[in-house]
Write a protein that binds this ligand. Structure first.
Ligand code: SF4
Length: 376
């Protein structure tokens, strides 16, 4: 089930109330929260009202947080905002104290943290400490890596022991040549070695977590390697392999279609006609400013992960102010009031990568590596 989809939530109400458990999917990946504190359950229902009422001042606490540990990266993927906008803001790492304050204030109400945004999270010196701290509040922690960092056995042990629930590893090619066409500066051998180390340590420790999800963004130059990546995923004994459509702020440009949009229709996030991609004309409703609280590496609360320059920041977090009062404060209220029921004309949302995509979710297919695939 999807977080917040009413038809999926209703059958789970007995489990939520009596067993204090809740199952949901995020980007098709399955998650389960256990031993939910009553505060979280109460807030989950209360905050759910936001998606129907769209109040400028949301009720309750956010249920999902997206946090950016660092805004810099060791690779230069051509469609990533970190590459495209590398000069538009200083390179920063979120201070651990700011993160701790964020979790101390709202962690008792959060179900889920997406611990990445722009940049490679594992370049943050305190990343394991951040994960452990979030886990102390029984929040599900989901993060991602390009895998071009060093996971020796000690680091892999820390990764398992910090309690991380889910680790996405971006691998968009089964051969080095294909892989580096997008993951510029990357080393596929190093990534595969790291995955093997993490799986080995997980097995030695008898741990089910972190669930390792190999994520393949399907593009024109790599779609021929889909069979090879499936074989590789099985060989690596990872938990899940997911296929994702390529999305970009440059999706309407001719070059995007020519160089990136795959031929296989099932893996296209945008329609295309001849040499130009088109966006499907359908109503798009974004709930980000209501459902999620987003914290950038600079410590600012922003409307969503695409506000790369923090132009529409709701406010900067310091240890005296609560993230909740910023999220519900005047700038946030102004932003939501102009949002016009899920959309607006700020530069930020006018060209949103999600606007008028032909798929509801960029992740379009998941393989549980030991079982059969589930397709949307
Ligand atoms: S940029 Fe897109 S995801 Fe972000 S708030 Fe605007 S519409 Fe939502």
């Amino acid at each position: 089930m999807k977080l917040f989809k009413i038809q999926d939530i209703i059958p789970q109400i007995p489990n939520l109330l009596f067993r204090r458990r809740f199952r949901f999917t995020f980007e098709l990946l399955p998650f389960e929260v256990r031993e939910l504190h009553l505060k979280k359950i109460w807030n989950f229902f209360y905050a759910g009202l936001n998606q129907f009422l769209l109040p400028v001042r949301p009720v309750g606490y956010p249920v999902i947080a997206q946090v950016e540990p660092v805004n810099f990266c060791n690779l230069s993927c051509p469609l990533c905002l970190t590459t495209l906008e590398s000069d538009s803001r200083p390179k920063m790492a979120l201070s651990f104290d700011t993160f701790k304050h964020f979790i101390d204030t709202i962690g008792d109400y959060l179900l889920f943290i997406v611990l990445w945004m722009n940049g490679e999270p594992f370049l943050h010196p305190d990343i394991f400490r951040m994960i452990s701290y979030a886990k102390s509040k029984k929040v599900i922690v989901h993060t991602s890596t390009n895998g071009n960092v060093n996971f020796n056995e000690d680091q892999a042990a820390m990764l398992v022991e910090c309690g991380l629930d889910s680790l996405v590893v971006g691998v968009d090619g089964a051969s080095q040549e294909t892989y580096t066409r997008y993951r510029r500066g990357g080393d596929l051998e190093l990534v595969l070695r790291n995955i093997r180390t993490v799986i080995k340590v997980k097995q030695e420790k008898g741990s089910d977590t972190p669930l390792v999800n190999l994520r393949f963004i399907v593009m024109k130059h790599n779609e021929n390697e889909i069979p090879a990546i499936k074989k590789l995923a099985e060989e690596l004994q990872i938990d899940f392999l997911t296929f994702r459509t390529v999305a970009s702020v440059k999706a309407l440009e001719t070059d995007f279609c020519r160089y990136y949009l795959p031929e296989t229709r099932d893996y296209r996030g945008y329609e295309n006609s001849a040499e130009k991609s088109r966006r499907k004309q359908k109503r798009f409703t974004c709930m980000r400013p209501w459902k999620r609280i987003t914290l950038s590496a600079s410590g600012e609360v922003i409307p969503c992960e695409y506000d790369y320059k923090n132009t529409h920041a709701f406010g900067a977090l310091d240890t005296k102010e609560s993230p909740l009062s910023i999220w519900k404060g005047k700038s946030g209220r102004d932003f939501r009031s102009k949002f016009n029921a899920g959309n607006n004309h700020y530069y930020l949302c006018r060209d949103c990568v999600y606007k008028d995509m032909v798929v509801d979710d960029c992740t379009v297919e998941i393989f549980r590596c030991t079982q059969t695939s589930e397709k949307k």
